[in-house]
Design a protein around this ligand. Structure first.
Ligand SMILES: [Zn+2]
Ligand SMILES: [Zn+2]
Length: 107
C-alpha cells in the first residue's frame, strides 16, 4: 500500500446564506418582496420609487409558500405517474409470461 492521502475538503456552508439577501440597488434594504411582473425578488424601496415602481409585487413569504405548494403538487403528480408506470410494467410482465408459456412448443 503506497500512502494515498485523501485531502479533506471542508465544504463551505452555502446553505447558511438564506433569506437575508440585500437589494443590489439599496444596500440597506432587505429583499422582502417579489416582483410578479419581472419574476424577480426585490426590495420595498425598489417598489416604491425604484425599478419596480410600476410593477405588480407580492410579499416574498407568500410567493415562497405558493411555490413550495406547487412543488409538492408536482412531486405528488410524479409519484402518481410512477405508480401508473409500475402498473404498466407489471402488466407487461404478465403479458410476457403468457407469451413465454404459449411460445413453448407442444410435444
Ligand atoms: Zn431596492
Ligand atoms: Zn418589476
Amino acid at each position: 500500500m503506497s500512502g494515498i492521502s485523501m485531502p479533506l475538503h471542508p465544504l463551505p456552508e452555502q446553505q447558511q446564506q438564506q433569506q437575508q439577501l440585500m437589494c443590489e440597488e439599496h444596500k440597506e434594504e432587505r429583499i422582502n418582496i417579489y416582483c410578479l411582473s419581472c419574476e424577480t425578488p426585490t426590495c420595498s424601496m425598489c417598489k416604491v420609487f425604484g425599478a419596480h415602481k410600476d410593477c405588480e409585487v407580492a410579499p416574498l413569504q407568500s410567493v415562497y409558500k405558493r411555490q413550495k405548494t406547487e412543488l409538492s403538487d408536482g412531486i405528488a403528480i410524479l409519484v402518481a405517474g410512477n405508480d401508473r408506470m409500475q402498473a404498466i410494467i407489471s402488466q407487461m410482465e404478465d403479458i410476457c409470461r403468457n407469451i413465454e408459456v404459449r411460445a413453448e412448443p407442444p410435444r
